[in-house]
Design a binder for this molecule. Structure first.
Ligand code: MG
Ligand code: MG
Length: 281
């Protein structure tokens, strides 16, 4: 992992590039979402996202990422108990599965990182509730991305919301600064105390990513050395946006523009209906 020391404050121009990357990343996730249905493989989901990056001339922040071995795809596709870092392959999605797709796009050296979890066909009420709570935890957290707050406020917002709803947050993986590298300072855990940590400043960009477990918080890494799953086999969910701090509040860089009319895009936008503040850009 390339971990920069110190928080990197972005200029206006750099934020604009991250917004470009963020828009492409949103398109990639929308394309991935649009192919998800029973019988489709996780490799098919990855291919749909990869095609969007290729079409827009964006690089992948994931492909070749250093880990136990170089990461082999442009997305991670994590199913059911798999929390993050699932490697796309020949696994076929089934009715009732929940699937997390995470993608990172690069434009002129700047990274945007976002993820979504959706159901395959009809899913159980319990699974839908887990998705709803996890996505709302992300928005609770985004709402704290304001000058004058501290990173502990982000952490506490996620932990308090998730635990109040009867689930657990992950301990081993964190939200993170993002910019010229996919992982910059600060690391922002999904748990913590309000009022602690580093002050939030304008120009900070953080990939906020609640990772939520329906059961116990412990995770395990599967035999492929990348995929992280719940240890108890219970369902997990993961939502992520790259968010910049502006003097006027949070600016979510990884959303689609409005008024897009392709079916997949509309479906994707529905996840954000009523939750977005009128963001710049
Ligand atoms: Mg991500
Ligand atoms: Mg991330």
């Amino acid at each position: 992992m390339t971990q920069r020391r110190g928080v990197v404050i972005k200029s206006k121009r750099e934020l604009a590039l991250m917004r470009d990357a963020g828009r492409i990343n949103a398109l990639a996730l929308a394309a991935a979402v649009s192919v998800i249905q029973p019988g489709v493989t996780t490799a098919d989901v990855d291919a749909a996202a990869a095609e969007v990056l290729r079409k827009h001339g964006a690089g992948s922040a994931f492909l070749g990422y250093q880990g136990p071995y170089p990461y082999p795809a442009v997305t991670t596709v994590s199913v059911n108990d798999e929390l993050v870092h699932g490697i796309p392959g020949n696994r076929r999605l089934k009715e009732g599965d929940i699937v997390s797709v995470d993608c990172g796009s690069v434009v002129e050296g700047f990274v945007a990182d976002s993820a979504i979890t959706i159901g395959v066909g009809e899913i159980s009420t319990e699974a839908q509730r887990l998705l709803d709570i996890t996505e709302q935890a992300l928005f609770e957290c985004i709402d704290k991305m304001r000058v004058g707050n501290r990173t502990g406020d982000l952490s506490a917002a996620v932990q308090e919301y998730v635990e109040a709803n009867g689930y657990n947050v992950v301990r081993e993986y964190t939200s993170h600064g993002v910019g010229r590298s996919m992982h910059e300072d600060p690391q922002v855990p999904n748990y913590g105390k309000a009022g602690r940590g580093m002050p939030i400043r304008a120009g900070m960009t953080i990939a906020l990513e609640p990772m939520v477990l329906a059961g116990e918080p412990e995770t395990r890494v599967l035999a492929d050395q990348w995929t992280v799953a719940s240890r108890d086999g219970q369902l997990t969910a993961h939502f992520e946006h790259t968010v910049a701090v502006t003097p006027n509040g949070p600016w979510i860089l990884t959303v689609l523009d409005k008024n897009l009319d392709e079916e997949g895009l509309i479906r994707y936008n529905q996840y954000f209906a009523g939750r977005l503040s009128p963001a710049a850009g």
